[in-house]
Design a protein around this ligand. Structure first.
Ligand code: PHE
Length: 330
Protein backbone atom coordinates (compact mmCIF):
# COMPACT_ATOMS: atom_id res chain seq x y z
CA UNK A 1 0.00 0.00 0.00
CA UNK A 2 2.63 2.43 1.11
CA UNK A 3 4.62 1.57 -2.01
CA UNK A 4 1.70 2.36 -4.30
CA UNK A 5 0.91 5.62 -2.57
CA UNK A 6 4.52 6.74 -2.96
CA UNK A 7 4.56 5.75 -6.59
CA UNK A 8 1.45 7.77 -7.32
CA UNK A 9 2.78 10.78 -5.45
CA UNK A 10 6.10 10.67 -7.33
CA UNK A 11 4.46 10.25 -10.72
CA UNK A 12 5.25 13.09 -13.15
CA UNK A 13 3.30 12.37 -16.29
CA UNK A 14 -0.12 11.19 -17.36
CA UNK A 15 1.45 8.26 -19.23
CA UNK A 16 3.25 7.09 -16.11
CA UNK A 17 0.06 7.44 -14.10
CA UNK A 18 -1.87 5.40 -16.66
CA UNK A 19 0.76 2.70 -16.30
CA UNK A 20 0.23 2.61 -12.54
CA UNK A 21 -3.55 2.50 -13.03
CA UNK A 22 -3.22 -0.58 -15.23
CA UNK A 23 -0.86 -2.24 -12.77
CA UNK A 24 -3.35 -1.61 -9.97
CA UNK A 25 -6.78 -1.96 -11.54
CA UNK A 26 -6.17 -3.75 -14.85
CA UNK A 27 -7.59 -7.22 -15.54
CA UNK A 28 -4.27 -8.75 -14.53
CA UNK A 29 -3.47 -6.00 -12.08
CA UNK A 30 -2.66 -5.99 -8.37
CA UNK A 31 -6.24 -5.90 -7.11
CA UNK A 32 -7.49 -8.51 -9.59
CA UNK A 33 -4.82 -10.87 -8.28
CA UNK A 34 -5.50 -10.06 -4.62
CA UNK A 35 -9.22 -10.66 -5.03
CA UNK A 36 -8.45 -13.86 -6.89
CA UNK A 37 -6.25 -15.17 -4.09
CA UNK A 38 -9.02 -14.26 -1.64
CA UNK A 39 -10.87 -17.35 -2.86
CA UNK A 40 -8.19 -19.60 -1.47
CA UNK A 41 -8.40 -18.20 2.04
CA UNK A 42 -10.37 -19.87 4.79
CA UNK A 43 -13.97 -18.61 4.90
CA UNK A 44 -13.70 -16.88 8.28
CA UNK A 45 -10.78 -14.69 7.12
CA UNK A 46 -12.42 -13.66 3.87
CA UNK A 47 -14.74 -10.82 5.01
CA UNK A 48 -12.04 -8.99 6.96
CA UNK A 49 -9.40 -9.21 4.21
CA UNK A 50 -11.97 -8.31 1.55
CA UNK A 51 -12.97 -5.26 3.54
CA UNK A 52 -9.37 -4.10 3.88
CA UNK A 53 -8.74 -4.72 0.20
CA UNK A 54 -11.81 -2.67 -0.77
CA UNK A 55 -10.75 0.18 1.46
CA UNK A 56 -7.25 0.17 -0.03
CA UNK A 57 -8.68 -0.02 -3.53
CA UNK A 58 -10.97 2.97 -2.98
CA UNK A 59 -8.20 4.98 -1.41
CA UNK A 60 -5.73 4.32 -4.21
CA UNK A 61 -8.41 5.00 -6.80
CA UNK A 62 -9.14 8.39 -5.23
CA UNK A 63 -5.42 9.20 -5.01
CA UNK A 64 -4.98 8.27 -8.64
CA UNK A 65 -7.89 10.47 -9.70
CA UNK A 66 -6.58 13.37 -7.65
CA UNK A 67 -3.11 13.03 -9.16
CA UNK A 68 -4.62 12.84 -12.64
CA UNK A 69 -6.46 16.15 -12.17
CA UNK A 70 -3.24 17.71 -10.89
CA UNK A 71 -1.23 16.51 -13.86
CA UNK A 72 -3.84 17.72 -16.38
CA UNK A 73 -3.86 21.16 -14.78
CA UNK A 74 -0.05 21.20 -14.92
CA UNK A 75 -0.11 20.17 -18.58
CA UNK A 76 -2.54 22.99 -19.49
CA UNK A 77 -0.44 25.51 -17.64
CA UNK A 78 2.68 24.32 -19.45
CA UNK A 79 1.01 24.63 -22.86
CA UNK A 80 -0.32 28.07 -22.05
CA UNK A 81 3.22 29.15 -21.21
CA UNK A 82 4.70 27.60 -24.34
CA UNK A 83 2.08 28.96 -26.74
CA UNK A 84 1.97 32.40 -25.25
CA UNK A 85 2.43 35.10 -27.90
CA UNK A 86 4.24 38.31 -27.38
CA UNK A 87 1.52 40.67 -28.51
CA UNK A 88 3.76 43.70 -28.22
CA UNK A 89 5.96 42.35 -31.00
CA UNK A 90 3.46 42.75 -33.86
CA UNK A 91 1.01 45.58 -33.96
CA UNK A 92 -1.77 43.39 -35.33
CA UNK A 93 -4.30 46.22 -35.49
CA UNK A 94 -2.19 48.22 -37.91
CA UNK A 95 -2.13 45.30 -40.33
CA UNK A 96 -5.87 45.44 -40.89
CA UNK A 97 -6.42 46.52 -44.48
CA UNK A 98 -8.93 49.04 -45.71
CA UNK A 99 -9.85 50.70 -48.97
CA UNK A 100 -7.77 53.74 -49.89
CA UNK A 101 -9.97 56.87 -49.67
CA UNK A 102 -9.68 57.34 -53.43
CA UNK A 103 -10.92 53.81 -54.12
CA UNK A 104 -13.62 54.12 -51.48
CA UNK A 105 -14.86 57.27 -53.21
CA UNK A 106 -14.60 55.67 -56.65
CA UNK A 107 -16.72 52.72 -55.45
CA UNK A 108 -19.33 55.03 -53.98
CA UNK A 109 -19.60 56.96 -57.26
CA UNK A 110 -19.76 53.80 -59.37
CA UNK A 111 -22.44 52.28 -57.12
CA UNK A 112 -24.73 55.24 -57.77
CA UNK A 113 -24.56 54.78 -61.53
CA UNK A 114 -24.84 50.99 -61.39
CA UNK A 115 -28.13 51.47 -59.54
CA UNK A 116 -29.30 53.57 -62.53
CA UNK A 117 -28.29 50.80 -64.93
CA UNK A 118 -25.28 52.57 -66.45
CA UNK A 119 -22.69 50.31 -68.10
CA UNK A 120 -19.13 50.51 -66.86
CA UNK A 121 -16.64 50.90 -69.71
CA UNK A 122 -12.85 50.97 -69.65
CA UNK A 123 -10.16 51.64 -72.25
CA UNK A 124 -6.39 51.89 -72.78
CA UNK A 125 -4.31 54.31 -70.71
CA UNK A 126 -1.89 54.87 -73.61
CA UNK A 127 -4.10 56.46 -76.24
CA UNK A 128 -4.02 57.68 -79.81
CA UNK A 129 -4.23 61.41 -80.42
CA UNK A 130 -7.45 60.72 -82.30
CA UNK A 131 -9.34 59.29 -79.32
CA UNK A 132 -7.96 61.64 -76.70
CA UNK A 133 -8.27 64.88 -78.69
CA UNK A 134 -9.24 64.84 -82.35
CA UNK A 135 -12.53 62.92 -82.08
CA UNK A 136 -13.45 65.09 -79.11
CA UNK A 137 -13.45 68.22 -81.23
CA UNK A 138 -9.92 69.16 -80.17
CA UNK A 139 -8.05 69.45 -83.48
CA UNK A 140 -4.27 69.79 -83.52
CA UNK A 141 -3.07 73.25 -82.49
CA UNK A 142 -6.40 73.99 -80.79
CA UNK A 143 -5.56 76.22 -77.80
CA UNK A 144 -7.83 74.17 -75.50
CA UNK A 145 -5.24 71.37 -75.71
CA UNK A 146 -3.05 73.45 -73.42
CA UNK A 147 -5.41 72.77 -70.50
CA UNK A 148 -4.65 69.09 -70.83
CA UNK A 149 -0.96 68.81 -71.60
CA UNK A 150 0.33 65.32 -71.04
CA UNK A 151 3.15 62.79 -71.54
CA UNK A 152 3.92 61.69 -75.09
CA UNK A 153 5.53 58.51 -76.41
CA UNK A 154 7.98 58.60 -79.31
CA UNK A 155 5.45 56.99 -81.67
CA UNK A 156 3.00 59.87 -81.10
CA UNK A 157 0.83 57.99 -78.60
CA UNK A 158 0.10 59.71 -75.31
CA UNK A 159 -1.06 59.02 -71.78
CA UNK A 160 -4.78 59.82 -71.83
CA UNK A 161 -5.65 63.13 -70.17
CA UNK A 162 -9.26 62.16 -69.42
CA UNK A 163 -11.46 59.09 -69.76
CA UNK A 164 -13.45 60.71 -72.59
CA UNK A 165 -11.62 58.54 -75.19
CA UNK A 166 -13.47 55.56 -73.70
CA UNK A 167 -16.70 57.25 -74.71
CA UNK A 168 -15.49 57.58 -78.30
CA UNK A 169 -14.44 53.91 -78.35
CA UNK A 170 -17.79 52.82 -76.90
CA UNK A 171 -19.76 54.86 -79.46
CA UNK A 172 -17.69 53.39 -82.28
CA UNK A 173 -18.41 49.90 -81.00
CA UNK A 174 -22.13 50.12 -80.38
CA UNK A 175 -25.28 51.89 -81.52
CA UNK A 176 -27.30 54.29 -79.40
CA UNK A 177 -28.91 54.35 -76.88
CA UNK A 178 -25.87 54.60 -74.62
CA UNK A 179 -25.76 55.02 -70.90
CA UNK A 180 -22.27 54.55 -69.53
CA UNK A 181 -19.59 55.67 -67.13
CA UNK A 182 -15.84 55.31 -67.57
CA UNK A 183 -13.86 55.22 -64.33
CA UNK A 184 -10.06 55.05 -64.33
CA UNK A 185 -6.67 56.74 -64.09
CA UNK A 186 -5.71 59.72 -66.26
CA UNK A 187 -2.51 61.76 -66.65
CA UNK A 188 -1.55 65.42 -66.99
CA UNK A 189 1.55 67.53 -66.66
CA UNK A 190 0.45 69.17 -63.41
CA UNK A 191 1.79 69.10 -59.86
CA UNK A 192 0.64 71.38 -57.05
CA UNK A 193 -1.64 71.43 -53.99
CA UNK A 194 -4.67 70.33 -56.00
CA UNK A 195 -3.11 68.61 -59.03
CA UNK A 196 -1.05 65.43 -59.51
CA UNK A 197 0.42 63.96 -62.74
CA UNK A 198 -1.85 60.94 -62.32
CA UNK A 199 -5.34 61.00 -60.88
CA UNK A 200 -8.67 59.23 -61.36
CA UNK A 201 -11.76 60.30 -63.23
CA UNK A 202 -15.27 59.09 -63.66
CA UNK A 203 -16.93 60.40 -66.78
CA UNK A 204 -20.48 59.69 -67.92
CA UNK A 205 -22.23 59.66 -71.27
CA UNK A 206 -25.88 59.29 -72.21
CA UNK A 207 -26.93 59.23 -75.89
CA UNK A 208 -30.36 58.61 -77.37
CA UNK A 209 -32.58 59.56 -80.30
CA UNK A 210 -32.88 63.29 -80.82
CA UNK A 211 -35.34 64.85 -78.39
CA UNK A 212 -35.12 62.12 -75.77
CA UNK A 213 -32.19 63.55 -73.80
CA UNK A 214 -32.17 67.11 -72.51
CA UNK A 215 -30.08 69.47 -70.42
CA UNK A 216 -32.91 69.30 -67.85
CA UNK A 217 -32.29 65.53 -67.51
CA UNK A 218 -28.59 66.19 -67.01
CA UNK A 219 -29.30 68.83 -64.38
CA UNK A 220 -31.68 66.58 -62.46
CA UNK A 221 -29.24 63.66 -62.56
CA UNK A 222 -26.24 65.65 -61.34
CA UNK A 223 -28.18 67.39 -58.58
CA UNK A 224 -29.40 64.04 -57.31
CA UNK A 225 -25.94 62.50 -57.62
CA UNK A 226 -24.20 65.35 -55.77
CA UNK A 227 -26.68 65.16 -52.89
CA UNK A 228 -26.07 61.40 -52.71
CA UNK A 229 -22.32 62.12 -52.46
CA UNK A 230 -22.27 65.20 -50.23
CA UNK A 231 -25.57 65.27 -48.38
CA UNK A 232 -27.89 68.25 -48.30
CA UNK A 233 -25.96 70.74 -50.48
CA UNK A 234 -27.02 73.44 -52.91
CA UNK A 235 -26.02 72.83 -56.53
CA UNK A 236 -25.20 75.57 -59.06
CA UNK A 237 -24.57 75.35 -62.81
CA UNK A 238 -22.21 77.92 -64.32
CA UNK A 239 -21.78 78.44 -68.09
CA UNK A 240 -18.34 77.23 -69.21
CA UNK A 241 -16.44 75.90 -72.18
CA UNK A 242 -15.37 72.39 -73.18
CA UNK A 243 -14.56 71.58 -76.82
CA UNK A 244 -16.63 68.37 -76.70
CA UNK A 245 -19.84 69.81 -75.22
CA UNK A 246 -22.12 72.65 -76.27
CA UNK A 247 -23.55 74.21 -74.18
CA UNK A 248 -21.13 73.42 -71.36
CA UNK A 249 -21.34 74.04 -67.65
CA UNK A 250 -19.26 73.76 -64.57
CA UNK A 251 -21.07 72.54 -61.49
CA UNK A 252 -20.52 73.85 -57.97
CA UNK A 253 -21.86 72.70 -54.62
CA UNK A 254 -22.32 74.98 -51.63
CA UNK A 255 -19.17 74.69 -49.50
CA UNK A 256 -19.49 71.68 -47.18
CA UNK A 257 -16.96 73.17 -44.76
CA UNK A 258 -18.65 76.52 -44.07
CA UNK A 259 -22.13 75.76 -45.47
CA UNK A 260 -21.79 78.59 -47.95
CA UNK A 261 -20.73 81.30 -45.52
CA UNK A 262 -17.24 81.54 -47.01
CA UNK A 263 -13.99 80.00 -45.76
CA UNK A 264 -10.39 79.27 -46.77
CA UNK A 265 -11.31 76.03 -48.62
CA UNK A 266 -13.88 77.73 -50.89
CA UNK A 267 -11.70 80.88 -51.25
CA UNK A 268 -14.45 82.78 -49.45
CA UNK A 269 -16.91 82.25 -52.32
CA UNK A 270 -19.17 79.79 -50.48
CA UNK A 271 -18.96 77.42 -53.50
CA UNK A 272 -16.79 74.43 -54.47
CA UNK A 273 -16.34 73.44 -58.11
CA UNK A 274 -16.88 69.69 -58.47
CA UNK A 275 -17.56 68.74 -62.08
CA UNK A 276 -17.82 69.64 -65.74
CA UNK A 277 -20.68 68.74 -68.03
CA UNK A 278 -22.68 69.65 -71.10
CA UNK A 279 -24.63 68.48 -74.13
CA UNK A 280 -22.40 66.47 -76.46
CA UNK A 281 -21.08 68.66 -79.31
CA UNK A 282 -22.43 67.61 -82.76
CA UNK A 283 -18.83 67.38 -83.99
CA UNK A 284 -18.21 64.51 -81.57
CA UNK A 285 -21.17 62.58 -83.00
CA UNK A 286 -19.88 63.32 -86.49
CA UNK A 287 -16.49 61.81 -85.58
CA UNK A 288 -18.11 58.51 -84.59
CA UNK A 289 -20.72 58.50 -87.38
CA UNK A 290 -23.82 58.96 -85.18
CA UNK A 291 -26.82 60.72 -86.76
CA UNK A 292 -30.07 62.14 -85.33
CA UNK A 293 -29.06 61.71 -81.74
CA UNK A 294 -28.29 63.95 -78.85
CA UNK A 295 -26.77 63.34 -75.48
CA UNK A 296 -25.06 64.67 -72.44
CA UNK A 297 -21.73 64.05 -70.79
CA UNK A 298 -20.08 64.85 -67.49
CA UNK A 299 -16.71 64.31 -65.87
CA UNK A 300 -15.26 64.50 -62.39
CA UNK A 301 -11.99 63.97 -60.54
CA UNK A 302 -12.21 61.21 -57.94
CA UNK A 303 -9.38 62.56 -55.73
CA UNK A 304 -11.11 65.93 -55.59
CA UNK A 305 -14.27 64.18 -54.34
CA UNK A 306 -12.24 62.09 -51.86
CA UNK A 307 -10.57 65.23 -50.54
CA UNK A 308 -13.91 66.84 -49.86
CA UNK A 309 -15.60 63.76 -48.43
CA UNK A 310 -12.68 62.87 -46.14
CA UNK A 311 -11.55 66.46 -45.52
CA UNK A 312 -8.00 65.91 -46.75
CA UNK A 313 -6.16 69.22 -47.09
CA UNK A 314 -3.52 68.40 -49.73
CA UNK A 315 -4.48 66.26 -52.74
CA UNK A 316 -0.91 65.00 -53.03
CA UNK A 317 -1.16 63.23 -49.67
CA UNK A 318 -3.60 60.77 -51.27
CA UNK A 319 -0.64 59.47 -53.29
CA UNK A 320 2.01 59.27 -50.60
CA UNK A 321 0.92 56.06 -48.85
CA UNK A 322 1.61 57.60 -45.44
CA UNK A 323 0.07 55.20 -42.90
CA UNK A 324 -0.60 58.02 -40.45
CA UNK A 325 -3.11 59.37 -42.95
CA UNK A 326 -4.42 56.08 -44.33
CA UNK A 327 -5.02 54.47 -40.94
CA UNK A 328 -7.64 57.09 -40.26
CA UNK A 329 -9.87 55.61 -42.94
CA UNK A 330 -10.25 52.09 -41.53
N1 PHE B 1 -13.22 65.53 -70.05
C1 PHE B 1 -13.32 66.71 -69.21
C2 PHE B 1 -12.02 66.89 -68.46
O1 PHE B 1 -11.32 65.94 -68.23
C3 PHE B 1 -14.44 66.60 -68.24
C4 PHE B 1 -15.76 66.67 -68.91
C5 PHE B 1 -16.37 65.53 -69.36
C6 PHE B 1 -16.38 67.87 -69.13
C7 PHE B 1 -17.60 65.59 -70.01
C8 PHE B 1 -17.58 67.95 -69.76
C9 PHE B 1 -18.18 66.82 -70.19
O2 PHE B 1 -11.69 67.99 -68.09
Amino acid sequence: MQKWEEQIAACESLEELEQIRIELFGKKGYFAKEFESLKKLPAEQKPQIAKELNLAKNKLFALLQYKKDQLIAKEIEKRLQEEKRDLSLLKISSLKGALHPTLYTMDKIVEYFIALNYAIETGPLVEDDFYNFEALNLPKHHPARDMQDTFYCKDGKLLRTHTSPVQIRTMQRQKPPIRMISPGPVFRRDFDLTHTPMFHQVEGLVVDEKGRVSFANLKFLLEDFLRYMFGDVQVRFRPSFFPFTEPSAEVDISCIFCEGRGCRVCSHTGWLEVLGCGMVDPNVFKAVGYKDVNGYAFGLGVERFAMLIHRVGDLRSLFEGDLRLLEQFK
